[in-house]
Design a protein around this ligand. Structure first.
Ligand code: IFM
Length: 419
């Protein structure tokens, strides 16, 4: 029998799961909710061309326009205590969530006391349960007034965002140690402005350049403002980092294409926000094989319900690469759509194994957040992809803990992984 090994994590390691306001809260009014109403029919029609037959058969919801309307989502806005009870019962000691800007500042310069008090209750509920809050200020959705001013492309976006960030820290800073200004800025750059699939569906080279700049400025300004109010706060960006591998290691062209992709996807935003990070993050989903001039696939032997290949080793290479910055690192998202829960347990174990290897080699990883605690609204794909440790019945809103969540809970409680 092969020898069993214990991979121990350091004391104080943060174990948790993540979610974002728009994907779970329900009842939002923002640029996405408006876009959903205008695009639900089209998205349902296009599902036939977009997804493979096995996916269409397994998830017929994708043909229903309602699938693409976030609506009441998981009603987490009203059920957050129940959800945090579940997170606690699963041995977690941290939780990542986002505050919805459109609730806090529904009109320019007019802040909602009621919304602030809601998030104060959320933070207190986490603290009462021993869950350290990791708080995202902007997880892609914008108030309608921001949309009307030109969204993230507008030259005043950074100031508006920094003003909102300052307000949050003034109001809630005493309850928060870890702030993320932005979630995955490059996902918005690519999906909204490069490929034109997400709101505001503006496919333009010039808009891409402008948005890189605006989002970086927004972070940099907010970073300074937050520190002015709370010098002890830990501030960063929740960044998606993709792994790229040249198909042919001996091909100069494949290597050039790989470096180019990696620069635009991972390094450029970090360079634009240099020296404005108290920690770094990795949100890892994609291992891409690059054959000049572009990506050929991200499939693997085992794939998620979305067809995303599962290759945990990519996270190891990403973490090794972050070591040079000499900052603490948190894995703030890592997960898969797996409605049957047939791959999730090994997915989590596999990624943790590679994280641990990076740590053994000197990478200072301090926490891991599975995406996501609950099944949730997966943007332009709607509700059918099931990322949750906890299954949500969208008719009854009943929560059911999936078996893989219990396996993850064991690791969280014991602070080690047995392989
Ligand atoms: O659901 C998203 C999340 O909002 C941002 N990171 C990737 C997840 C899965 O696609």
């Amino acid at each position: 029998m092969p020898e069993q090994k214990i991979l121990k994590f350091p004391n104080g390691f943060f174990w948790g799961a993540a979610n974002s306001a728009h994907q779970v809260e329900g009842g939002n009014v923002n640029d996405w909710t408006e876009w959903e109403k205008a695009n639900a029919q089209r998205l349902a029609r296009e599902a036939e061309d977009k997804w493979e037959p096995w996916q269409q058969e397994k998830f017929p919801e994708m043909f229903d326009p309602q699938n693409y309307i976030s609506g009441r989502a998981c009603d987490h806005y009203n059920r957050f205590e129940e959800d945090f009870d579940i997170a606690k019962s699963l041995g977690q000691n941290a939780h990542r969530f986002s505050i919805e800007w459109s609730r806090i500042e529904p009109e320019k310069g007019k802040f909602s006391h009621e919304a602030v008090e809601h998030y104060r209750r959320v933070l207190l509920a986490l603290r009462e349960r021993g869950l350290e809050p990791f708080v995202t200020m902007w997880h892609w959705t914008n108030p309608l007034w921001i949309r009307d001013l030109g969204g993230v492309e507008d030259k005043n976006f950074p100031c508006h965002f920094a003003y909102y960030a300052k307000y949050l820290v003034e109001q809630l800073g005493s309850l928060v140690r870890f702030w993320f200004t932005l979630n995955e800025p490059t996902s918005i750059i690519v999906n909204s402005y490069q490929e034109g699939n997400w709101p505001p569906q503006k496919k333009s080279f010039f808009a891409v350049q402008a948005v890189y700049k605006r989002l970086a400025e927004a972070h940099n300004l907010a970073y300074d403002k937050i520190h002015k109010i709370d010098p002890a706060a830990s501030v960063g960006i929740a960044n998606i980092l993709n792994y790229f591998k040249p198909q042919n290691i001996n091909s100069g062209l494949d290597k050039i294409a790989r470096n180019f992709a990696s620069h635009y996807s991972n390094e450029r935003f970090l360079n634009l926000t240099k020296n404005k990070h108290d920690f770094l993050t990795a949100q890892y989903y994609f291992y891409n094989i690059i054959k000049f001039p572009s990506r050929i696939n991200n499939k693997a032997e085992i794939n998620s319900d979305l067809g995303w290949g599962i290759r945990p080793e990519g996270l190891y290479y990403i973490l090794k690469d972050l070591k040079k910055y000499n900052l603490p690192i948190y894995v703030t998202e890592n997960g898969l759509a797996d409605a049957q829960d047939s791959r999730r347990k090994e997915f989590i174990r596999g990624h943790l194994k590679w994280i641990h290897k990076a740590m053994e080699e000197g990478v200072d990883v301090r926490g891991y957040f599975y995406w996501s605690l609950l099944d949730n609204f997966e943007w332009d794909k709607g509700f059918w992809p099931r990322f949750g440790l906890v299954k949500v019945d969208y008719q009854t809103l009943e929560r059911t803990v999936r078996p893989s969540a219990l396996e993850y809970a064991k690791i969280c409680r014991e602070n080690f992984l047995e392989i």
